[in-house]
Design a protein around this ligand. Sequence first.
Ligand SMILES: Cc1cc2nc3c(=O)[nH]c(=O)nc-3n(C[C@H](O)[C@H](O)[C@H](O)COP(=O)(O)OP(=O)(O)OC[C@H]3O[C@@H](n4cnc5c(N)ncnc54)[C@H](O)[C@@H]3O)c2cc1C
Length: 478
Amino acid sequence: MKNITILGAGLVGSLLATLLARRGNRVQVIEKRPDLRVKSWHDGRSINLAMSERGWQAMRLVGVEEAVKQFAIPMHGRMIHDPHGKLAFQPYGDEGQCIYSVSRSLLNQTLITEAARHGVQFLFEHKCTAIDLQTNVLEIEAPIQPPPKGEERPHPSPPQGEGEKSPLLRRGLGEAGGPDLLFGSDGAFSSVRLAMMKRPRFDYSQDYIDHGYKELTIPATPGGDWAIEPNALHIWPRGHFMLIALPNPDKTFTCTLFFPWSGSPSFDEIQTPAQLTDFFAKTFPDILPLMPNLADEYFRNPTSALLTVRCYPWTYQDKAALIGDAAHAIVPFFGQGMNCGFEDCTVLDGIIGQHPEGDWQAILRAYEQARKPNADAIAELALQNFVEMRDKVADPKFLLRKKIDAHLFHQHPDRWVPLYTLISFTATPYAEALAIGKRQDAILDTIMALPDIENCWETMDYEPYISGQRSEVRGQNV
Ligand SMILES: Cc1cc2nc3c(=O)[nH]c(=O)nc-3n(C[C@H](O)[C@H](O)[C@H](O)COP(=O)(O)OP(=O)(O)OC[C@H]3O[C@@H](n4cnc5c(N)ncnc54)[C@H](O)[C@@H]3O)c2cc1C
């Protein structure tokens, strides 16, 4: 049994806590935010997320699939809104195959509750300010608790006023009663990663894209119903930018505008409510009447940046490891950041199971070697998918290509599986899916260049094109 500290009670940290506790470890989670179960907060990041097969596998592993399904809304495909308000539905897969819109807050609460049920101790409103991996000391800031009735504050008095904090509490990893192992599930700007960066030969890069994002809302109709089709992920593709909308259980939709920071049009350019309304009327005419609070929300809600973080190694000796966004933050365009972080946990749990002797150095090494190539692959795919979502989904050539892709899948399911299906509906390792996708893309390029393909695609013999493809696809279709 190990004493383990997990830094960050976000989606990944709270899932990991259950898995580690179930394996007999003593687990403590330190989180700078308040406990979501008693005090709701929103940090400006997506209110809801798309959960797909890899996420569900993790939910099944910890036994919360049914609980999460209670508030998960199936989305069977993309609903494309053209600039004239015309709709086109593009299914994600076969009938019954769907991804789910899940509330970030409810999911996080469910995972925290499950971890607490397994005896995990949570310390909320405790912020880690420094980590020394050599001495295994964490520095933590905690809020001042009001002194118990009849007692005075300790002296000397801490500073008063805004952000009033106690003097730093020092927690030693490895000291009697303290943790032996530290997991950094503390997100894209991880403190654990920062500590690792001070070690020699730690590779690190962060790349921002030229687009930021802002969240907006489509409320329920005055009659309390959905304003647009609930069982779809809505996209308003507009070339180099886009708006998307995912449904919420209260019949609202959370929309996200992915928009350039500067240039025309851009966040920089839209400065007044009149400019905003004018822009929406021209660009998203069908949605403007559905957003009565557009200007309020647009000028009140934060505009946030999007980045890819790559680093390696993810572990330090047998003492520390990065997981989730702390190891691999990616842009959100394949809806896989959380799913990938959950898969990190599933894979790590499997590796722990293969090491009953509890050799943590070997466990952590095997974990980072298994996950790093897959994290790199999904980072690449997520960047590519932005172009597909904001631009290609409205292009007739692209739609024909998608039809042929699906047709080949139906004709040869053992030899051809569309990339989207591999990523969202199977557990095929991301790196393998990327390689398969590249091979299939090259074949589709050849097919699309055939004369009269628009008219003969349904009756063509594709055998000469696809022969030489792999004969088996790993993972399970759901
Ligand atoms: C706009 C947007 C849309 C997205 N949509 C999807 C989607 O549809 N599907 C999907 O799979 N993924 C999606 N993602 C990605 C997903 O949000 C992340 O991959 C996921 O939240 C990562 O979880 P995590 O637990 O690793 O990190 P986080 O969720 O960032 O959690 C980190 C936690 O650590 C805490 N913390 C940080 N620093 C400290 C500290 N010093 N001390 C104590 N606590 C600390 C934070 O408060 C936080 O609670 C989206 C991301 C964005 C930005």
